[in-house]
Unconditional design. Structure first.
Length: 558
């Protein structure tokens, strides 16, 4: 019976995973406190004396970031996963999953987490249920999603995304547990977009394990969004109010660890401007009744990069972290506080800090949390930014000539790799729309979907490219970034005094070292894009080929 699909599925998971106990989560504070206390007793979590109801923990050194090489999109047709995803035959993968999950929760408790991505009463929100054997995941989901009796009641009646997660370490009777159980050798982060299912095995960290975030709100949701005519994006959403009191909303896509959280919580260095934070990582965007683009943040909290966060760079994040926060892989100090690179020197460190160490905290604690983030209709987006870590070529900011040219900016995005994903650091790679690791379908179709959205929009937002990371000959950043980024947003708010260049409109008032367009570098960029776009075969939209040709032509004649 359809009405019972929730209970049938939970029962099937219990039979498969064979946990010692089952806990249906109610999302309450008492539940959080109880699970945290149990973890403290088990030596998995350290309470922080300096921050009320806050905890530190350390993961296994083999389980510290997203694992793209262990991530799969198992669509029926391999052509629906496309050249940028790893595809496996869904039936074969399902068989492997059943083998891995068989008895995998022995000796552990199976937690059932009903959650809602987006404001509970938004027509754009989606339900999900994550079944996990990780109490750490439960605590993190408490902080980053909406949970509770109302969400549970709806999951018993309405469709939801199914997520099954295990750290992949069953315990024999009497076998002691480790502080951070995980199974890196058999790690699989698997998505079945057609049946809206996620199976994640072997990792307990971040996007691999908190299934509401990247797996549901990006990979599964992007495939749903293509079918239903909207967008699920790796974007922050911020409100910006000018000194005259006029407010606009901006969405921005930067790859992992390239500045979304920092921009979303920006403390302006220019007096009179105000920034409010709607979201720091993911945006779901729909065409509204007015023909504009409206965005909700599906998340209810932040899983943010710790290193580099300080009172100088991001005071709003620091204030958010005063209490009720979880810190993973930061350093711990002798006096019961946390530390990371970028904070004032700390002689009392008892552990070291990983470059992808993170904090988890509810968005409600952010001093500049925008009340409109709870609006079920979302917020109206008037500009979209794309940006990456580029030491050369890309100017501080430029404005596209049209929607299609802006989509070309998105498709052309490249960035130097960071510690957010396992692999080599600082290597320039293509990361279209900052969605390379997160697009749940063929990236060529995704480009086409963006062009299609432009046609549906009566008032399409203007699209910009930004780059905070240009360097001088000595390898030093040319732009101070952080609070100073308001100067770029100021121009995006009102893009006057621009110069038209071959690549876009560029403001006149910045140091030319930040905004100049080097023709030789750009001709190389075009050549590189010509090579890259071949990957998408006949799914590469002809409108974007035309944009590339037009750019090449403009560069030749300039
Ligand atoms: P994910 O959560 O992985 O998606 O990352 P993110 O895009 O939210 O990046 P975040 O804002 O956490 O920044 C990542 C790193 O870049 C941090 O160490 C920041 O201190 C640094 N960073 C952010 N903004 C700027 C900037 O404007 N200039 C410079 N130089 N560094 C920045
Ligand atoms: C990212 O890598 O873009 C993140 C961190 O936001 S994780 O949730 O681990 O994917
Ligand atoms: Mn992210």
């Amino acid at each position: 019976m359809k009405q019972n699909s929730f209970h049938l599925w939970v029962e099937a998971a219990r039979t498969l995973c064979r946990p010692d106990a089952v806990h249906l989560c109610d999302g309450s504070r008492a539940e959080f406190d109880h699970i945290a206390a149990e973890m403290v007793r088990a030596g998995k979590l350290t309470p922080l004396t300096k921050r009320p109801r806050s905890f530190w923990c350390q993961s296994d050194p083999e389980d510290v970031a997203r694992v793209e090489e262990d991530t799969y999109i198992c669509s029926i047709d391999p052509d629906n996963a496309g050249p940028t995803n790893q595809w496996k035959n869904p039936e074969e993968m399902r068989a492997l999953m059943h083998k891995l999950f068989s008895g995998c929760m022995q000796g552990r408790t199976m937690y059932i987490i009903p959650y809602c991505m987006g404001p509970v009463h938004s027509p754009y929100s989606q339900l999900g249920v994550e079944i996990t054997d990780s109490p750490y995941v439960v605590l993190n989901m408490h902080l980053t999603t909406r949970m509770g009796p109302e969400v549970l009641a709806r999951c018993e009646k309405e469709p939801f995304v199914r997520g099954l997660h295990s750290v992949g370490v069953p315990l024999q009777p009497g076998q002691p547990d480790t502080a951070w159980p995980c199974n890196p050798k058999q790690r699989h982060i698997v998505h079945f977009p057609e049946t809206r299912e996620i199976w994640s095995f072997g990792s307990g960290y971040g996007g691999n394990a908190l299934l509401g975030k990247k797996c549901h709100a990006l990979r599964i949701a992007s495939a749903v969004a293509r079918d239903e005519g909207w967008l699920a994006e790796h974007m922050l959403i911020l409100g910006i109010t000018n000194p005259a009191g006029k407010k606009k909303y901006i969405a921005a896509a930067f790859p992992s660890a390239c500045g979304k959280t920092n921009l979303a919580m920006l403390q302006p260095s220019v007096p009179g401007w105000k920034i409010e934070c709607v979201g720091d990582d993911i945006a779901w965007m729909h065409v509204g009744a007015d023909g504009g683009l409206w965005a909700i943040n599906p998340e209810a909290g932040y899983f943010g990069v710790a290193p580099g966060t300080s009172m100088q760079t991001n005071p709003n994040a620091m204030k958010t972290l005063d209490h009720d926060a979880i810190f993973t892989n930061t350093a711990l100090t002798k006096d019961g506080d946390i530390w990371w690179d970028g904070l004032p020197p700390q002689p009392l460190k008892v552990s070291s800090c990983h470059p992808n160490s993170r904090f988890t905290v509810s968005a409600k604690q952010c001093p500049i949390y925008d009340p409109e983030a709870e609006n079920p209709q979302g917020v109206p987006i008037s500009a979209i930014l794309f940006g990456g870590r580029r030491s050369t070529t890309m100017p501080l900011v430029m404005e596209s000539f049209s929607w299609a040219h802006g989509v070309f900016y998105g498709a052309s995005l490249s960035s130097e790799t960071t510690a957010a994903a396992k692999g080599e650091l600082g290597k320039l790679r293509h990361d279209p729309f900052a969605m390379l690791p997160f697009c749940g379908y063929h990236m060529g179709d995704y480009f086409g979907h963006w062009l299609w959205m432009g046609e549906k929009l009566v008032k399409p937002p203007k699209i910009y490219s930004v780059n905070w990371f240009r360097k001088d000959g000595q390898g030093k950043y040319l732009w101070p970034g952080f609070g100073e980024n308001i100067r770029v947003l100021e121009w995006v708010f009102e893009p006057t005094n621009a110069r038209k260049t071959a690549v876009g409109n560029v403001p006149l008032h910045f140091d030319p070292a930040l905004t100049n367009i080097d023709r030789a570098q750009w001709l190389y960029e075009v050549e590189e894009l010509e090579r890259y776009f071949v990957l998408f075969g006949n799914k590469f939209p002809k409108e974007l080929s035309a944009e590339l040709e037009a750019l090449k032509h403009r560069l030749m004649i300039h």
